[in-house]
Ligand binder design. Structure first.
Ligand code: PHE
Length: 457
């Protein structure tokens, strides 16, 4: 349902139903994080043990934090920055807590800048699939195709610009405008397509190998850094610590159960990531590709799988279109924290979206160049941890491994220690509040701190 109240920018408008919120939140959560990032970081971090830690982070840190963010968003009813202003005042606490809103808004904005570049990659693949170029493609040709794309700043710029334009377009009109309807159809379609891909993957003869790679943990190969990467990715994939869930929570009807809804969103998101892993690794092993290949993993691997399937060009086309949509419904939510905040300050959504999109687009250009012209430019190489990291690597590292854990830590402290328990209970309902509250106070902040500490040490 299109909501005219929001268009006029008056009092908070709401999602048309619980289902609509779930779809929008799943639209935000499911994206490149599940299909592009999860497989490649799993490959880089050795598989099973990493996956287990990641699943643990989702279950015991991500889900409670999601409940906290949606709860805060709904209670504050504003943009993440506005919400934190309202809530710190309502709780009679320092205005400094607005920092959570600011940190979240900055993180999602920075993510958007590089996310748009990666999402742009789907478009030349759509073109290649449509032209039949991918049919029977060999692993080498597929690798060369991908290398060719990365080596061309002009192409990357074109697709980055188109993607950012698409994001701004929806954001300017108001996120519930159209998004609800589109996501309700496209998310299930993506899910079905992934199932088809997994079905194909079982025929490669390497499915068992992939399953044991993904699910048989070998803890001896797990590093402290991998644990931090898993934690950061749990936030990234669930769109937490970035204002997205808080901003969407502000539009959530009071009658909807936050606990149930958060579980649903997290479970669906996790299923998509697992399916992506099961679709990709059998193909990786069957063609002797490297699991630790890096950010190009799915773009090199999947065309090979599609190229050999009956009707592969069609499925490839469909897949990259759906991946584009999944990324789009995520990027819209990244811009929402900033746009809704600027809108509260009297700037029209159109201006806010265009202005925000433009700055993110400019920052995105530095990411795009770090894939080719600036690929040797590693500005923080004087620190061992950042040695050899390009600008793109650094944006990714800072957002997922530093800003998001920090923001989640502060959110947990606010929700568990600063906010009165009667207030959080009023949103979450008595039934689950006790458990959630204990987790928020004693578990989440400490767990995040430990991961941080062991990493520094
Ligand atoms: N969750 C999205 C994905 O997995 C990324 C995202 C991060 C979206 C932060 C919004 C905010 O692709």
């Amino acid at each position: 349902m299109v909501n005219s109240v929001q268009k006029a920018g008056a009092s908070p408008a709401q999602w048309s139903s619980r289902f609509a919120f779930i779809m929008a939140a799943v639209g935000s959560a499911v994206g490149l994080g599940n299909i592009w990032k999860f497989p490649y970081i799993t490959g880089e971090n050795g598989g099973g043990a990493f996956v287990l830690v990641y699943l643990g982070c989702i279950a015991i840190i991500g889900i409670p934090i999601m409940m906290a963010e949606v709860m805060l968003g709904r209670r504050g009813g504003k943009s993440p920055i506005g919400t934190m202003q309202v809530l710190s005042r309502a709780e009679g606490r320092s205005r400094g807590w607005v920092g959570i809103g600011i940190l979240a808004t900055l993180a999602s904005f920075l993510i958007l800048s590089f996310y748009s570049v990666i999402a742009g990659w789907t478009m030349p693949y759509i073109v290649s699939a449509a032209s039949g170029e991918l049919s029977n493609i060999s692993a080498e040709t597929s690798g060369a195709l991908f290398e060719g794309l990365l080596a061309s700043p002009g192409q990357l710029l074109l697709w980055h610009s188109v993607f950012m334009g698409l994001t701004v377009l929806v954001s300017a009109g108001g996120v519930r405008h159209g998004l609800e309807r589109a996501v309700t159809k496209l998310m299930p379609a993506l899910f079905v397509l992934l199932l088809i891909l997994v079905g194909y993957a079982t025929t490669t003869g390497h499915f068992g190998e992939a399953v044991s790679f993904l699910f048989r943990p070998d803890f001896s190969s797990l590093t402290a850094e991998a644990v931090l990467v898993a934690l950061g990715h749990a936030f990234f994939t669930l769109s937490l610590a970035s204002g997205a869930m808080m901003a969407y929570g502000a539009y959530l009807n009071k009658k909807v159960s936050i606990v149930r809804t958060s579980f649903t969103v997290a479970i669906l998101d996790t299923c998509v990531a697992m399916l992506a892993g099961l679709a990709i690794f059998p193909v990786v092993f069957a063609h002797g590709l490297a699991a630790g290949e890096g950010p190009g993993l799915i773009f090199v691997t999947l065309p090979v799988a599609f190229g050999q399937m009956p009707g592969g060009s069609f499925f490839a086309l469909l897949f990259f279109v759906l991946l584009l949509f999944a990324a789009w419904s995520s990027s819209i939510s990244m811009l929402e924290s900033l746009v809704s905040h600027l809108h509260e300050r009297g700037i029209s959504r159109v201006k806010a979206a265009i202005g925000g999109g433009l700055v993110a687009w400019l920052i995105g250009i530095t990411t795009l160049l770090s894939l080719n012209v600036w690929s040797d430019f590693a500005p923080l190489s004087m620190f061992e941890r950042f040695e050899g990291k390009t600008l793109f690597d650094l944006y990714d590292y800072f957002t997922a491994n530093i800003m998001m854990p920090l923001c989640a830590f502060l959110t947990a402290v606010f929700a568990g220690w600063v906010m009165k328990p009667e207030h959080s209970a009023a949103e979450l309902g008595q039934r689950w509040h006790g458990v959630w509250y204990a987790v928020m106070r004693y578990f989440t902040p400490i767990a995040v701190l430990i991961v941080f500490y062991t990493n520094l040490g």
